[in-house]
Design a protein around this ligand. Structure first.
Ligand SMILES: [Fe+2]
Ligand SMILES: [Fe+2]
Length: 282
């Protein structure tokens, strides 16, 4: 069994100090096996914000894994944004923007979906390149069978149930199809500051199940659950949703997601939860 805490959109520079302290206490009280932070550590990628984020991450139980969010590259210093966009992220958070984690039960592959520039006015939206999809597929293909496979990115792969038109990460469909071909059971993301979980549709472009390589996918049905986290510590809340994070348990090839909500005094379980059956489980 593995227990994962999925936190997102911390946004140091606009946090509630009581929530920050409460989250440090909560995650240290019963330390999970792994903490995953799906981006937006800061508001404007300022040094002071990064220093706060770094101090916060240092107080969390280890190991932890992270990806950057669109707020983690500077909107002010264009030279830095275009030529060294992740210099501060690498210095204060982690040297890798696409880390990989693997133990004898789970494998986690991270994707950096942040764009430094876009041919539209809104540069905050994320995208996955075809090269990233190929690289992720190559990483997934060499994993031993039987590991529960998780992909992490900042931008969402599936829209909220209440807004089917919501903007997703660019190439979301292509990426989901690739993940499903390789037996990924969960994607974890943030950006929208709203928590929800949805099953991806069965892969329409995938080969017939009989042709799937046994070393990559077992005979269990592929069900990929796309999980979104709310903002863990920021005061930039949307839709009357309180600060939140996801507590994920993976056991016997099944992932169960429990949303934890900040009540003002502490954290409690939200009523809703989702679960996914992992395709790669034996
Ligand atoms: Fe955010
Ligand atoms: Fe974001």
């Amino acid at each position: 069994m593995r227990r994962i805490a999925h936190i997102s959109d911390l946004h140091f520079g606009r946090t509630d100090p009581a929530v920050v302290e409460g989250l440090v206490e909560e995650l240290n009280r019963e330390p999970p096996d792994l903490v995953i932070a799906s981006g937006d550590f800061t508001m404007r990628a300022r040094r002071s914000e990064y220093a706060e984020a770094q101090a916060f991450m240092a107080r969390l139980p280890r190991p932890w894994l992270a990806v950057p969010g669109n707020h983690d590259i500077s909107p002010f210093h264009l030279w830095q944004r275009f030529f060294h966009p992740f210099r501060r992220y690498r210095r204060y958070i982690a040297p890798e923007t696409e880390p990989v984690f693997q133990d004898d039960e789970i494998a986690v592959v991270c994707l950096n979906t942040v764009r430094t520039w876009a041919p539209e006015t809104d540069w905050s939206q994320g995208k996955i390149t075809r090269a990233q999809i190929r690289r992720t597929e190559a990483r997934l293909a060499v994993l031993p069978p039987g590991l529960f496979r998780i992909v992490v990115a900042h931008h969402p792969f599936m829209p909220p149930p209440w807004d089917e038109e919501a903007r997703l990460v660019g190439r979301a469909d292509e990426a989901l199809a690739a993940f499903q071909r390789h037996g990924v059971g969960l994607t974890l993301a943030g950006h929208l500051h709203r928590g929800y979980a949805r099953f991806a549709a069965p892969n329409p472009d995938g080969p017939p199940r009989a042709e799937l390589n046994r070393s990559e996918v077992s005979t269990h049905p592929t069900r990929l659950l796309a999980v979104q986290a709310g903002s863990a510590t920021s005061t930039r809340l949307r839709g009357n949703e309180p600060n939140a994070y996801n507590r994920i348990t993976i056991a016997d090839g099944t992932a169960t997601v429990q949303v934890r909500l900040w009540t003002g005094q502490g954290w409690c379980d939200a009523a809703e939860s989702g679960s996914a059956r992992c395709a790669s489980a034996e």
